[in-house]
Design a protein around this ligand. Structure first.
Ligand SMILES: Cc1cc2nc3c(=O)[nH]c(=O)nc-3n(C[C@H](O)[C@H](O)[C@H](O)COP(=O)(O)O)c2cc1C
Length: 432
């Protein structure tokens, strides 16, 4: 018998059954701050997959999009600490926070169409001066707004389920953690078992993903396929029927299909969507992503969260000297009012004219994410240029999310489908 031709396998040969939904097994991952927009998430949903919005800096996002004034109100309330380093009194108004989350989710879900689903990415590391209380407000706001699913990321989320166990939607909303090891999954499952509320899925993020990494400086020693295999084996042994979704470095439909063949229920992808019209990055930043070369990538310790983050080396956030913006933002403040950027800023000397020198080692993630200055990306960002056309003026053609989604769904043989060109090829233009 001849071996089956695996290169002809494609994502469309598979479906992910979750509750009553039968989904195309493609999930667009959450990208804060509003990089995975409502429009991006709704496209995935319309095409039968899952799209994520993100609740990172949700008050700021609500203000930008829905004409609310949560950031200004917070900033004015705490104006007294603006010039100092002591931020122990800077706290979020929990009702404002819940309202901002509700706004964002409701504005998204009101426009939902099609057979797929819309989830929200909720990061534990956004400690916001009062970790448990602010996380509870965000989870409750998302469920009140009618979200289909909540992905718990950037942290072990040991106590997160317990925060909302009394919410009427606690057992109906889909919930899944992001883990990077079988150990992290076991920790999450222990808490879930106590509440008799097992997750509806688990996303397994490997070391090539965008955003913060669940690995240390030794991230190169790990690979997604081995971690997924280990987690699938563990779930089989424990007789736990929890769908597994690999993420991080899945660049072609063929890569995706190989994980589905292994037993994954779906895949989570993100970087390829950063150069789509629906992505929230400004147009010039999309070009900065499209032109990336492999040597431009860094995995850096500049994030005050303590997790490494993958960035493009020419991100404008590096070595800035911006004053901490905790009164307006403060999304990374600990319960005690500390943040590693505050300390780094405080320790930075001034020049002869009294101006702060560039802060070394840490960046103000709140400020720079609010300005799209942190070019975080998956490892294969440097292959984006192979997924589109170069225009005559040197820019790259921006794709539609529908095109990228369909390419993941239908492509075979490690091919990436190019979009219909916006311009005639250079030679043909010269002929005219
Ligand atoms: C621009 C960008 C921003 C991201 N932001 C977040 C985030 O806020 N929270 C999170 O859990 N993951 C974040 N991620 C990770 C993605 O959700 C996803 O799991 C991962 O990037 C998938 O790998 P890929 O980009 O190689 O396809 C981000 C990824 C990118 C590319």
């Amino acid at each position: 018998m001849s071996a089956p031709d695996l290169s002809a396998d494609k994502v469309d040969n598979y479906r992910w059954q979750i509750g009553r939904l039968e989904l195309v097994p493609i999930v667009i991952g959450g990208m804060g701050v509003d990089i995975s927009t409502t429009e991006l998430a709704l496209t995935a949903c319309r095409l039968g997959g899952v799209g994520h919005i993100s609740d990172a800096m949700v008050q700021h996002v609500s203000d930008r999009k829905y004409d609310t004034h949560f950031t200004k109100a917070k900033s004015e309330k705490h104006r007294g600490t603006r010039d100092g380093i002591d931020k122990t009194t800077v706290k979020f108004d929990l009702e404002h926070l819940r309202q901002a989350q509700l706004n964002h989710v409701r504005h998204t879900m009101d426009r939902k169409q099609g057979p797929g689903a819309v989830f929200i990415n909720v990061m534990e590391k956004l400690t916001m001066g009062a970790p448990g209380d602010t996380l509870r407000a965000r989870l409750a706001g998302a469920m009140d707004g009618g979200i289909d699913g909540i992905t718990l990321s950037a942290g072990l989320h040991i106590g997160s389920l317990k925060l909302v166990e009394d919410h009427p939607r606690f057992r109906d909303v889909k919930i899944g953690p992001i883990v990077s090891s079988v150990r992290a999954l076991k920790i999450f499952l222990k808490g879930a078992a106590r509440l008799k509320r097992m997750p509806d899925y688990v996303i397994v993020e490997g070391p090539l993903a965008g955003g913060h990494l669940g690995f240390g400086d030794d991230w190169r020693d790990y690979d997604l396929r081995s971690i997924v295999a280990e987690i699938l084996a563990f779930l089989r042994e424990e007789k736990l029927d929890i769908p597994v979704l690999p993420a991080g470095g899945i660049f072609t439909g063929t890569d995706a299909a190989s994980y589905l063949r292994m037993g994954a229920a779906a895949v989570q992808v993100a970087t390829r969507f950063t150069i789509t019209e629906e992505c929230g990055l400004p147009a010039r930043v999309k070009q900065d992503y499209a032109r990336a070369r492999e040597e431009d990538l860094v995995v850096s310790g500049v994030s005050p969260t303590g997790y490494p983050i993958r960035l493009l080396s020419y991100s404008p956030c590096f070595e800035s000297n911006i004053k901490p913006q905790c009164e307006a933002f403060g999304y990374l403040l600990s319960r005690e009012g500390t943040c590693a950027y505050l300390d780094a800023y405080d320790a930075t000397p001034v020049d002869a004219k009294g101006h702060k020198l560039p802060v070394q080692g840490k960046v103000c993630l709140c400020y720079h994410f609010s300005k799209f200055n942190c070019y975080t990306c998956g490892h294969y960002v440097y292959r984006l240029k192979d997924t589109t056309h170069r225009l005559a003026d040197g820019r790259y053609q921006i794709l539609t999310a529908t095109h990228v989604f369909r390419d993941y769904q239908f492509s075979t043989g490690n091919q990436v489908a190019l979009p219909a060109p916006l311009e005639a090829p250079a030679a043909a233009t010269a002929d005219r």
